[in-house]
Design a protein around this ligand. Sequence first.
Ligand code: GDP
Ligand code: CA
Length: 326
Amino acid sequence: MQNVFQSPSRVVVLSGGMGGAKFLQGLKHLLPDAHITVVANTCDDMWVHGLRVCPDLDTVMYTLGDGIDRDRGWGRTDETWSTKEDLAAYGAGLEWFGLGDRDIATHLLRTTLLRGGATLTEVTARLCERWRPGVELLPMTDDEVETHVVIEDAEGPRTIHFQEYWVRLRAEVPARELIFQGLAQSAPTSAVLTAIADADLVILPPSNPVVSVGTILGVPGLSDAIRSTSAPVVGLSPIVGGAHVRGMAEQMLASIGVGVSAEAVGLHYGARSTGGVLDGWLVDTVDASAVPALQAAAIRAVAVPLMMTDVDATAAMARSAIELVR
Ligand code: GDP
Ligand code: CA
């Protein structure tokens, strides 16, 4: 009886948008019968023309619910942009924000329900009744939190919303400082804490370690919950060969003084046995030389291919993650 693959049945995944959603497709493929709870980052959320927009929640919901535009990787299929064009004709501002007509329906309903007193957790469940993502999708907190970025460019020093930094400025100017507005005062939801306590596996997918997973772990009480769950905790590096695969993890790591390497990110998360959050950490085969240092820091580590080229490759990554810690 060697090498029996023991399937976990209650898995919690701490997810950002695109990287997390792609990983979740592979995980669902590997574990079709597991109950998967996704704790999604909400620090990317923003008010846009009076609408509450939740980019990471929506990317996970649309991707797993087959409503995502696959070429862009965000927003709806068969999207049109009439409202955005008319807002531009008014000179209403925020022209850089990709607000599609179909997508607006999601934001309208979310905002209406929030204004009516529903929590973001309740609203997300309501939206998922339509999209049926096949996972339990939870915001990391019901409180309003936002990542802001301090930059200095030709327009001078100023603080802008993370979305503006990423979408309008393409993360091309250095991020001097990150401000996680509301995060230190936020509370984790009972749904999130219960899911973590009841899990038999917790996964940190290859999501941004600063503005996706970092913000989730920044909700007061959430990393304590991860430290005290009886489930093993395993992560997969979003940094491969000293660079992010896509996105702006390099800029974000620089702004918090963490090196841009699979090893540095694993050590930044730290071993659970020494006050961190990880039992295991997967690095890509090109980063195999990082394994001894991680193991010396009490983190089980293995080097396997970590490029999510298709659903089978991604499922194989998820399987390696499970095998590392079970
Ligand atoms: P975002 O909210 O849309 O930025 O998405 P996430 O935070 O969930 O994921 C972004 C991270 O995913 C980036 O740091 C990327 O480096 C990482 N990423 C994207 N594709 C891959 C891949 O194929 N393999 C690995 N290892 N990381 C990836
Ligand atoms: Ca995001």
